[in-house]
Design a protein. Sequence first.
Length: 137
Amino acid sequence: MEFYFNNENISRATVSDLKCTSCNFKTLTFEIIGDSWAMNFIGIIGVFDVDKEELFITHLTKNEYQNYRTINQNVISDRLKLLINRENLIFLKNEIDQNNKLYKKCTKCGEKLEQTKMQSLVDFVTNGGKIYTIGIY
């Protein structure tokens, strides 16, 4: 089974379960991996409705992409909540720690989220997850 978004093969992308060790908040995150040398997948993001096990794949807007380092992840989540008409959407932005390592920040308490499980997109769908793509925003 292969997955495409805007003609880019994203089948190697993964879905990871994350948990906050401070407040026990649990969520999912999407890590994009593409096959293109041109890196056409830059700016593609995943946002989750964790309760419904739904992944929505879409693009950052031009403004979000240009200001990604300074924009709050809630701004992106709020835009997508309106677009997708779901209240429980979560988008997690990559943060960089003191050792220049990427991590995701808990939306409840601000602490570092720890990965508890990683699965392929095929496994995510096989285990009951749903994937939707949104090309126009």
